[in-house]
Design a protein around this ligand. Structure first.
Ligand code: NAD
Ligand code: UFG
Length: 336
């Protein structure tokens, strides 16, 4: 079965391409390389001794996309391509809405033209805003607090409208919690441009000495140690969740919505301790003011995903840190 993966050279895309190949799927990769490097795909090719067709294109360019659909018999699409920084989305809302919504519209319109009916979408736990109850279930009301999360909510609604009214469509909406870690091989991992926004890439750059210290955003949350709690999930578990979801949705027309997390929360200080243990390095830190827009606690109720996907995240925090550290030490300059 041939799957088109948008955003295939990005962090989650490249790990999912690896798991797709591992599971015997054929992959056609597209990306405009605005936030990634083609080297990630070359590493996956090296890992599996295979060739993956790649097209450098912006998915908003429908005629370029059509050429790819013309050339390959695409049976399903996994859609990762998008802009993902919450902070940047507040500064550049026009770009975020245009890219995230426009890219999805274009993909869906081309899929319709080519009668391709299976679609998996990367949504985010940020669609829950500041949740009223923890752990977070899929059926609570959604509430975006920034252009990024609102773009995800709008896309979810658009997709459900499109897929509910058309015959025989299979849609999966996967809401990721906090993906971290890297492939066991140390060949692929997260390679942020500039100074990282997210906790784990920042901590690993402190551990390796690229950045002097970590700033912990808030030590006065109502949590046991005062720092924010999140549901960190290994990126390989997340990637395998996509394979399971694809296998479920392609069986019959449906709209499936599932949280992909571990169901366990860890504080920032838990992460710092786990990373120090793994790396054998000290992580100096200072506790500073809360970051605007952050919430105290977010972790998933994974019962629905466990049941419908027959899937459960298997890696624990220590192993996620170990794999992130292996990637960091083997690739101190990322893919360059
Ligand atoms: P990433 O930036 O590493 O990957 C996204 C890829 O999409 C990049 O390679 C980028 O070059 C490409 N891209 C962006 N716009 C494009 C366009 N118009 N046409 C073609 N390619 C385009 O991000 P990631 O962490 O791999 O995230 C993948 C998806 O998962 C995103 O949609 C993101 O919003 C979502 N997500 C990520 C997280 C996270 O913490 N990483 C959490 C929840 C949801
Ligand atoms: N944090 C720090 N210092 C840092 C970076 C982060 O203390 O330098 C803290 C944050 O305050 C938060 C926790 O570490 O408590 C995790 O922060 P991240 O930035 O790693 O992740 P977020 O939970 O803020 O958001 C991430 C993605 C979003 C996505 C969300 C849910 O960045 O795009 O997970 O999937 F929507």
């Amino acid at each position: 079965m041939k799957i088109l993966v948008s955003g295939a050279t990005g962090y989650i895309g490249s790990h999912t391409v690896a798991e797709l190949i591992n599971a015997g799927f054929k992959v056609v990769a597209v990306d405009n390389l605005t936030n990634s490097s083609l080297e990630s795909l070359k590493r996956v090719e090296k890992l599996f001794k295979c060739k993956i067709p790649f097209y450098r294109l912006d998915i908003r360019n429908k005629s370029a996309l059509k050429k790819v659909f013309d050339k390959h018999s695409i049976e399903a699409v996994i859609h990762f391509a998008g802009l993902k920084s919450v902070n940047e989305s507040i500064l550049k809302p026009v770009e975020y809405y245009n890219n995230n919504l426009g890219g999805t519209f274009s993909l869906i319109e081309v899929m319709k033209e080519f009668n391709c009916k299976i679609f998996l979408f990367s949504s985010s736990a940020s669609v829950y805003g500041n949740p009223q109850s923890i752990p977070i279930k899929e059926n609570v009301p959604l509430s975006g607090s920034n252009p990024y999360s609102r773009s995800k909510i709008m896309i979810e609604q658009y997709l459900q409208d499109v897929f509910n009214t058309s015959d025989n469509y299979c849609l999966g909406i996967l809401r990721y919690f906090n993906p971290i870690g890297a492939h066991k091989s140390g060949l692929i991992g997260e390679d942020p441009n500039d100074i990282p926004n997210n906790l784990i890439p920042f901590v690993s750059q402190v551990a390796i000495g690229k950045i002097k210290k970590l700033y912990i955003f808030g030590g006065d949350y109502e949590t046991p140690d005062g720092t924010g709690i999140r549901d960190y999930i290994h990126v390989v578990d997340l990637a395998i969740g996509h394979i399971k979801a694809l296998q479920v949705i392609m069986k019959k027309p449906q709209v499936l919505i599932a949280n992909l997390g571990t169901g366990k929360g860890h504080s920032v200080l838990d992460v710092v301790k786990a990373f120090e243990k793994t790396s054998g390095r000290k992580i100096p830190f200072t506790i500073v003011d809360r970051r605007q827009g952050d919430i105290a606690i977010s972790y998933a109720d994974c019962n629905h995903a466990n049941k419908v996907l027959n899937w459960k995240a298997k890696y624990k925090l220590d192993e996620m840190c170990e794999d992130a550290w292996r990637w960091q030490t083997l690739n101190p300059k990322g893919y360059n």
